[in-house]
Design a binder for this molecule. Structure first.
Ligand SMILES: Cc1cc2nc3c(=O)[nH]c(=O)nc-3n(C[C@H](O)[C@H](O)[C@H](O)COP(=O)(O)OP(=O)(O)OC[C@H]3O[C@@H](n4cnc5c(N)ncnc54)[C@H](O)[C@@H]3O)c2cc1C
Ligand code: SF4
Length: 509
């Protein structure tokens, strides 16, 4: 057992703290490091090496998740036992004094049920809608549309409601939240986010990751960034304050905008602490709605943000369970069979000239984070156009993003981004040419390609790739009414064959 010198088998015996007084010991798994998962009794915080082995993942992600774990151990003091093992099995097997909040991945749930025969399993936490409430909502529905789900949550929770009606007269203000970035600006002009301070736990974590990498037992991609996201409840509260005080007002209007000189724009940077379990999403939306109530935030930003958290975040979580294990592996509605290229796996932009893609991939390499529209319309759009295998792409996003988890990715990648599920999550593919990126960013001004050109040396690979994608998938999309206009455009392109050929031959973007 690698690293076994740090594990004393007696620590996991039946005499573990709390085991003898009839009180069960709460096991904490990844994603369960905050107050919502701790009811005040004894804790057993599992640091299993298998969380870090397997596919290579981003170094910054490994740091954040291990730092959260070790900070949780420290914060609980004498109540917590920190077990370092190779496998989860070693912790669960042979004990009948444990309990666990149902963990947030299929693999962990399977392990708990398989090895933890005497372990009590409590309903999952960390989301606004419970699994049983979602099941009741989904029961008998033909389509599980995010908009319908979101409306039901708003009504049930009384969020931004005025009696039976939504505040402002409608549930979505999405149409007010699509502004391009301010013309000529390098950034939104907001103060830098308040990044957390690293401490001695981070130094230990860094040394641990260096040691694992040096002995070859764990492999990483990307660079070792300073820690940029909250991993403790206190840090998360400060990050929420910072968002509400500095960026919330601009969140809505510039939600979809991209600027090369402004990495974070007005985004909240809260997915990491929420996914780590140190920040409760209900507290987040309550805080944002209170700010609106006091007249400090516009409705479009407030509603837009609430929709992301109680709508999208919860929705993709519930779909992960509802759609089952084969959703990620078996769906390929657009016949996407291209293996993920090596430069994607290595996050290597050496040969990439397309400015939007180069910039975005470089950010992923350096920080393991870019904001939503860069994930969807730069990375996802690129992969969709080139037909990267959806299951491989799902794994890739999970591994290289600091907020990547098993539950968050299938609906976002297979469904929303790649349309591989044929329309369960999104009514049409999120495909666009370079003109969209040009309107919503300042990248094209620094690019050797021209977003308005589809053929020739300066043909934008997104614009040409868009037409090549439509040409390839036309037989599969022609019955989708929302694609009618786009597909009608294909027939008007006299140079379509040349464009398709050009994109087939393109070796580096
Ligand atoms: C291809 C793709 C990959 C993604 N990968 C991840 C991921 O690994 N982890 C992750 O948490 N989110 C992921 N998302 C959703 C979203 O892009 C991120 O939650 C967001 O960019 C995180 O930055 P933020 O906290 O500043 O979010 P903000 O833009 O400030 O949004 C607020 C919060 O809303 C939630 N949210 C918004 N959209 C989604 C969504 N589609 N799914 C789930 N939660 C959402 C997040 O919790 C986020 O923190 C992905 C989306 C796409 C299209
Ligand atoms: S021209 Fe095309 S490749 Fe270049 S930045 Fe614009 S959209 Fe991206």
């Amino acid at each position: 057992m690698a690293d076994d010198a740090q594990h004393d088998p007696d620590e996991t015996s039946r005499d573990a703290p709390g085991g003898g007084d009839g009180r069960r010991v709460r096991v904490l798994f990844p994603g369960q490091y905050g107050p919502a998962f701790d009811d005040g009794g004894p804790l057993l915080v599992v640091e299993a090496k298998e969380f870090f082995t397997g596919r290579p993942f981003h170094r910054a992600k490994a740091h954040l998740w291990l730092s959260a774990l070790r900070h949780a151990v420290r914060a609980a003091g004498d109540r917590a036992e920190h077990v370092r093992v190779d496998t989860v099995r070693e912790v669960l097997q042979g004990r009948d004094d444990l309990e666990v909040v149902d963990p947030p991945s299929r693999r962990l749930r399977h392990q708990v049920r398989h090895w933890g025969h005497g372990t009590r399993i409590l309903p999952s936490r960390g989301f606004v809608t419970s699994e049983s409430d979602f099941a009741a909502w989904a029961d008998g529905r033909q389509r599980l549309l995010m908009g319908d789900f979101y409306e039901s949550v708003r009504r049930r929770e009384g969020l931004l409601m005025d009696g039976h009606d939504p505040v402002g007269g409608r549930f979505s203000h999405d149409d007010e939240n699509r502004n391009p970035p301010p013309k000529g600006a390098a950034g939104l002009g907001l103060p830098d986010p308040r990044w957390p301070e690293e401490d001695d736990v981070d130094r230990e974590v860094r040394a641990q990751l260096d040691a694992w990498e040096a002995d070859g037992s764990v492999r990483f991609v990307g660079t070792d960034d300073r820690r940029r996201f909250a991993v403790t409840p206190d840090e998360a509260r400060r990050a929420l304050d910072d968002f509400v005080e500095v960026r919330l007002n601009d969140f809505g209007p510039f939600e979809d905008a991209m600027l090369g000189g402004d990495r974070t724009m007005a985004h909240s940077l809260l997915s990491v602490p929420m996914n780590l379990g140190v920040l409760d999403p209900r507290d987040v939306v309550d805080r944002v709605v209170a700010e609106f109530g006091q007249g400090n935030a516009p409705l479009s930003s407030t509603e837009g943000f609430v929709r992301q958290v109680v709508g999208w975040r919860d929705y993709v979580w519930h779909l992960y369970w509802h759609l089952g294990e084969t959703y990620q592996t078996d769906h390929d509605a657009l016949g996407a069979r291209t293996p993920l290229p090596a430069w994607w796996r290595r996050l290597d932009v050496t040969d990439v000239r397309a400015e939007c893609l180069r910039h975005t991939m470089e950010q992923v390499h350096d920080h393991g984070w870019v904001h939503h529209i860069e994930r969807l319309m730069v990375l996802g759009n690129w992969a969709l156009q080139r037909g990267y295998r959806p299951a491989d792409l799902t794994d890739w996003f999970t591994d290289v993003f600091v907020d990547g988890t098993d539950w968050v990715m299938p609906a976002n990648v297979v469904g929303m981004s790649q349309h591989a599920d044929g329309g369960i999550v999104a009514t049409k593919p999120y495909a666009s040419g370079g003109r969209y990126i040009d309107r919503m960013s300042d990248h094209c001004a620094r690019c050797p390609f021209d977003p308005t050109t589809r053929l020739g040396d300066d043909a934008c690979p997104y614009t040409a790739g868009y037409w090549a994608f439509l040409a390839r998938t036309e037989p599969l999309l022609r019955h989708n009414p929302r694609m009618r206009n786009a597909l009608a455009g294909l027939g008007r392109l006299a140079d379509l064959e040349d464009v398709v050929e050009q994109e087939r031959e393109r070796t580096s973007p």
